[in-house]
Design a protein around this ligand. Sequence first.
Ligand code: AMP
Length: 249
Amino acid sequence: MKVLVAVKRVIDANVKPRVKADGSGVELANVKMAMNPFDEIAVEEAIRLKEAGKADEIVAVSVGPEKAQETLRTALAMGADRAILVKTDETVEPLDVAKILKGIAEEEKPGLVILGKQAIDDDANQTGQMLAALLGWAQGTFASKVEVGGETLTVTREVDGGLQVVELKLPAIVTTDLRLNQPRYASLPNIMKAKKKPLDEKSPADYGVTVKTRLKVLKTEEPASRKAGVKVASVAELVDKLKNEAGVL
Ligand code: AMP
């Protein structure tokens, strides 16, 4: 079975984003970028399926600028076999990414497509669901466990208030939640080897997609800063404050 993994280049999760002075978005110039953390989990899961003999090829895909090559090289260094960069300098929203991934899925015919549950830049949580709808494939979103059977896939989903287990008919779409696995670091020899792995370059037009934005960002603001806390001297004072100041008792 071939596994397709979607990886997005986003601001490094360890960097504190700064809002642009004109409020039009977040500052991206000279900011450290990295693979979306949920996509690292997606790559790791694909590698584990391959190591378990359930998958035979892993293809990593990214839609974005030339620099997204670096993200794909990271996926290759972790263990993906080859990569496809669908190059565009435009802002790509989930629907266009899903349409492009649909085109790639039709060409590559994977048994499974793994995506992150959300990209930490747009927090859309839409691409996997849209892709499943466009392809008419089953989906297991927010996965914390994935088990491949013969023709089926059992996915444990993290839902409000607990876990839900669903059985999907393959081919299927999975989106990863945080507890699915702990992604590995790429070793230096694997980083070197990844430089020689195939990386194809395509354009959205190759999949019949003209990238366009459907959403307009009106304003971006820093979250309100939290008020400083106070230390209380006794339980009685705490109870008094909760009752008379916070009004929660
Ligand atoms: P989103 O719907 O934007 O929150 O993204 C959910 C997931 O879709 C991400 O974790 C990625 O796996 C995938 N994805 C979104 N945008 C891209 C992109 N530009 N290139 C590759 N994968 C993407």
